[in-house]
Design a protein around this ligand. Structure first.
Ligand SMILES: [Zn+2]
Ligand SMILES: [Zn+2]
Length: 86
């Protein structure tokens, strides 16, 4: 059963939430590519991590996952030259 949450984005309105690391979130803001690697977790939510976090999961004292809009994640993927359509 999906526990999917929604977020209300300033640009895109209400969309399903995607959980990202701090760095993917930064890419949405500053357009600097850091890699985007995504998967759907077992609750039906998408999660996305930069290349660094994907290969080396952050330590406990790193900033926690960010909840972002689906379309903002697509934007971050585009900054990395990737095509993501959820
Ligand atoms: Zn990261
Ligand atoms: Zn958005």
């Amino acid at each position: 059963m999906s526990m999917a949450l929604n977020v209300t984005c300033n640009k895109h309105g209400k969309t399903p939430a995607v959980f990202t690391c701090e760095h993917v979130f930064q890419t949405i803001e500053d357009k600097i590519p850091r890699g985007v690697n995504w998967f759907m977790d077992d609750t039906g939510d998408y999660q996305a991590f930069c290349d660094t976090c994907w290969t080396t999961p952050p330590a406990d004292d790193e900033p926690g996952p960010r909840m972002v809009c689906t379309h903002c994640l697509e934007t971050a993927a585009a900054h990395n030259g990737l095509s993501l359509a959820i």
